[in-house]
Design a protein around this ligand. Structure first.
Ligand SMILES: Cc1ncc(C[n+]2csc(CCOP(=O)(O)OP(=O)(O)O)c2C)c(N)n1
Ligand SMILES: [Mg+2]
Length: 549
């Protein structure tokens, strides 16, 4: 017999999870006691929201389920913030809430709440563990559900008396936290149908989404694109699915943070191959970009998105890596298409050159483009840039170039939350201790979870945080002025010094006003073992190109 939570901790260990995240509460004491006796590392975050976002970043970077714990009621409500992002991005996060004893809940006990109801909208399943045996089974099932098929967040409520009780329920031996557990292969007919369409196409384009990254299919996509001479554009979520320095890579397509050459390639295509993309509003510029009269291939594991926004000529519900391996095997080169790839690569180089003045601008206050230009110069090929949404995301989406296919760039497009960047990046850094991880955030975004700078210092996470500080919610300001010619509640107190805030939390911090200092400061931060925040004073009037539909 063992304590129920001993069995749960053993299950996580058996599943290959090394680190879990959370924020304690009385109800969870049995779980924390079990963690203390296990090999699992528990990272204390500064809120359940940031703990959940760390678990999300960890799940994406470790390619294993991310586990987070928090208190019933308020903790569950905070966890919903992280699960909102995980749900939108098909990221497998398991949320454990420490519930009140079965005897007392619902009677006015502390920290009470209907945790299943709170988290139901953001999870593929929620469970309330009625007995110790059922608790182990529920966690085991949740791990399976999160990692089988389309990865998804899941939730289990564990009442304290259940956790503290004993069980001899052993986890099944084959429990595995890595994902995807299954890789449904496409039919031969599907591959033949795509290959046939490709044989007739002169101007095909691949639109790759985050599904490619989640399936670990980046190498297969790169091989297919290279062999078949097909250019690749990505959604913002799919950015980095192929190395953006590869000749066939045209960068991000869409309405924000896009490369014009990518948009033009889709508009001009005679075959569109959508891979692990939802063809969402941003990616498709309000569903105006994909030509109506051309064949469209859509490959996705998720039936909810397959064909939802465009009627596919060929629809394939299958694992992306299995599909891309098969397509790469069947692919043949085409001299005309290869020449077109070269032309488009030249167009992309021209497009970059047209922005070179901004990317190297020595103006003060600093142009945000210069910050991205310096990140390009200074980050090594194995770095992971975790960008906030909003202006930092617009600029980095367009101008940052990933040099390695895979998880080189992350932006919280699962929820579009400006809050996500810092805790998500910390979760990535936990999973990839030997890779440089850089968080790029606006000043509005950094404010949400700024206390997690203390987590970074305490946990020795050598992250580099770059804040583009414009003393305002710049994107909101631009939007209000554009739509209603008002500017309401978008300015912060002038001169907030996030570098000083970082030092207060135990990190290194530097305020940067001189554009010449940005690059060296980034390099020094990357070389240092300390978490470092660079507060770069940027031009409050710098606006990125946005297509308004
Ligand atoms: C959690 C959350 N709240 C509100 C928004 C709406 N929103 C989008 S951009 C933005 C402004 C972001 O400001 P900041 O992080 O300072 O970046 P900036 O645009 O100034 O560079 C807001 C409030 C959001 N996307 N997410
Ligand atoms: Mg701002």
């Amino acid at each position: 017999m063992a304590r129920t939570t001993d069995a749960v901790a053993a299950l996580f260990e058996a599943a290959g999870v090394e680190t879990v995240f959370g924020f304690p509460c009385e109800q969870m004491d049995p779980y924390y006691a079990s963690l203390a006796g296990s090999d699992l590392r528990h990272v204390l975050a500064r809120s359940e929201a940031s703990a959940t976002l760390m678990a999300d970043g960890y799940a994406r970077a470790a390619r294993t389920i991310g586990v987070v714990d928090g208190v019933s009621g308020p903790g569950a409500a905070y966890m919903s913030v992280g699960l909102c992002e995980a749900a939108g991005a098909s990221s497998p996060v398991l949320a454990l809430t420490g519930g009140n004893d079965r005897e007392t809940r619902g009677t006015g006990v502390i920290q009470d709440g209907d945790n299943e109801a709170i988290l139901d909208p953001f999870t593929a399943s929620t469970a309330d563990a009625e007995t110790p045996d059922r608790a182990v089974a529920a966690v085991e099932h949740a791990v399976r559900e999160a990692t089988t098929g389309v990865p998804s967040p899941v939730h289990v409520n564990l009442p304290e008396d259940v956790m503290a009780a004993e069980t001899d329920r052993e986890p099944r031996g084959d429990v595995d936290g890595t994902y995807p557990r299954t890789r449904p292969a496409p039919s031969d007919d599907s591959i033949a149908a795509i290959t046939d369409l490709l044989a007739d196409a002169e101007r095909p384009v691949i639109v790759a989404g985050e599904g490619v990254i989640r399936a670990g299919a980046s190498d297969a996509l790169s091989a297919f694109a290279e062999t078949a001479d097909v250019p690749v554009v990505t959604s913002m979520n799919g950015k980095g699915a192929v190395a953006e320095t590869a000749p066939y890579a045209l960068g991000v397509v869409g309405r924000w943070g896009f490369c014009q050459v990518a948009n033009d390639a889709v508009a001009d295509a005679d075959l569109v191959i959508g891979l692990g993309t939802r063809f969402g509003e941003l990616t498709s510029v309000g569903w105006t970009l994909v030509p109506e009269d051309v064949p469209l291939v859509h490959v996705d594991l998720d039936p909810a998105w397959l064909g939802r926004n465009y009627e596919p000529t060929v629809a394939v519900r299958a694992d992306l890596r299995a599909t891309l391996d098969a397509l790469a095997d069947a692919a043949t080169g085409d001299a005309d298409r290869a020449a077109r790839v070269d032309d488009l690569a030249a167009d992309r180089a021209d497009w970059r050159a047209a922005h070179e003045d901004d990317l190297t601008s020595d103006e003060t206050p600093v142009k945000p483009q210069r910050v991205v230009g310096e990140l390009n110069e200074r980050l090594p090929a194995d770095a992971i840039l975790v960008s906030a949404t909003s202006f930092p995301g617009f600029f980095s989406g367009a101008f940052y170039e990933t040099e390695t296919a895979g998880l080189g760039y992350l932006q919280a497009r699962g929820s579009d939350g400006i809050n996500v960047c810092l805790p998500q990046a910390l979760g990535v850094q936990v999973a990839r201790p030997d890779q440089p991880v850089v968080a790029l955030s606006g000043d509005g975004g950094i404010g949400y979870h700024v206390a997690d700078l203390e987590t970074a210092a305490r946990e020795d996470l050598p992250i580099t945080v770059v804040v583009t500080n414009n003393d305002s919610l710049g994107s909101s300001k631009m939007s209000q002025l554009g739509a209603y010619n008002v500017d309401q509640s978008t300015d912060f107190h002038d001169g907030v010094d996030y570098a000083q805030v970082a030092r207060g939390f135990g990190c290194a911090g530097e305020r940067v006003t001189d554009p010449e200092r940005i690059g060296p400061a980034i390099s020094e931060a990357l070389e240092s073992d300390e978490p470092t925040l660079l507060d770069v004073q940027v031009d409050p009037y710098a606006a990125p190109p946005v297509l308004v539909e």
